[in-house]
Design a protein around this ligand. Sequence first.
Ligand SMILES: [Zn+2]
Length: 65
Amino acid sequence: MPQIKQMILTPRSSFLKIKCPKCGMERMVFSHSTHKVYCEGCGELLVIPSGGKAIINSEEIRRVD
Ligand SMILES: [Zn+2]
């Protein structure tokens, strides 16, 4: 019997304010970003897509609702 548990789960996505660990520049990113995000200041890789919630490389993460 097929299970459709996945369809009920709607991942809560949000915008996050993150801070580059290298140069300290802040920027907004999508928590479920599907593409890599680089720092505009120094080019550091800040967001790595992982199929669901993105992996955030930041010393500070704040949610923006
Ligand atoms: Zn930077």
